[in-house]
Design a protein. Sequence first.
Length: 505
Amino acid sequence: MTSDGRGTLCLVTGATGYIGGRLVPELLAAGHRVRCLARSPDRLRDHPWAEDVERVRGDVTDATSVAAALRGVDVAYYLVHALGTGEDFEETDRRAARIFGEQARAAGVRRIVYLGGLTPAGVPERDLSPHLRSRAEVGRILLDSGVPTTVLRAAVVIGSGSASFEMLRYLTERLPVMVTPSWVHTRIQPVAVRDVLRALVGSAGMPDDVSRAFDIGGPDVLTYREMMIRYAVIAGLPRRLILSVPVLTPRLSSHWVGLVTPVPASIARPLTESLRHEVVCHERDIARYVPDPPGHPLGFDEAVRLALRSVREARVATRWSSASFPGAPSDPLPTDPGWAGGSLYTDVRELAVDAPRESLWRVIEGIGGDNGWYSFPLAWAVRGRLDRLVGGVGLRRGRRDAARLRVGDSLDFWRVEEIEPGRLLRLRAEMRLPGLAWLEMHAETDAGGRTRFRQRALFHPHGLLGHAYWWSVCPFHALVFGGMARNIAQAAVADATARAREPVR
């Protein structure tokens, strides 16, 4: 509570990401006021807490927008990193942290809270993976900013939708027999996402004279092999046979993970590189300032049970893919009918649907993931594999929720750019393309009261290669997009028929 009786004002950067999106409601529940800094604040609008926070546009690499976002802030949460944005991501991380620290000091911020990575003891920083090395450097920069800073250092975070949990889950579930890298024998101290969030929220109330790093972890120290074996038991799977070999380098390991799991190689590589060294907590001093309630910190088994329950009950609040995929296109759809930005190719399909609009919308909102894309599954699968081969996200990210979508959700190799419930779904492509692409699906009612489905694919080519790409795939549009429109219409009719047969309760 501030001196004027109002709740502490917390700035959360990275609110569109996995941890940030879960931290915001926890801060609100603790009585704090929250301001979210995001490059695209509109992506936060469909979160349940969106109307309870202040949303501002900005980027941590832009000092002006950071200064404006920090005005009047008591506690600033720094939950962003440039991982995967290119070979110079360490320099980007360095520059952003310096800007944030300088502007926080100038704004009179009382505390900075940063979530970094747990680093191995006794290993020179130059020998760490670039991912861990950059996380450690960012923590040092913020600690040297002149603002009291809490640096929380965690290893593998176990929670529904986390990249680490998804990697563990898919490797264990899909491979009853595994030939694995030698890092499966590295000791790790995993931590439940609930305990990470509890430490983040509790850090807001630390005394002003505390400025240091804290290790956070659960009570169990396990090898990755032990984690997979215990996961299999908890998930009710047959015992897994795990054989490790020393020849899989971090690069090869990341491609192996990318082949088996939804986590692409560009994200899997820093995760696997970080497992080369033992990452175990060497102190538990955080408990002096954020006391453990009964039953906490959660053990590995309980953290996995809770994560699996959330997955099975479709209660995954955020996923590792909540943040935009590095290098993915981010330009919004040009809305000016006379758009002067260059060529904009379109493929439009319209059909009358012999079903209520509500049935059509259920099919539209349920597209992707396990439901697929309603046309030529082999073509979609091949396109996803090709995307993976060139470093894209591929088709296996699936959905956060099997029935509901919100702005900012990842959906296979698309992202939800706009959704108007019952009427419009617009997806922006995040596969590797020589241009920008969107797919729109509309549920409409015509003048005669009949349901109509309208589908529009758009492509803005980049250079000659982009034009060549469009015309090379154009002959397949009738099969892919035409088939999609027809099958969606048929699925809507089937949905309406099935609901009409349901007994009245």
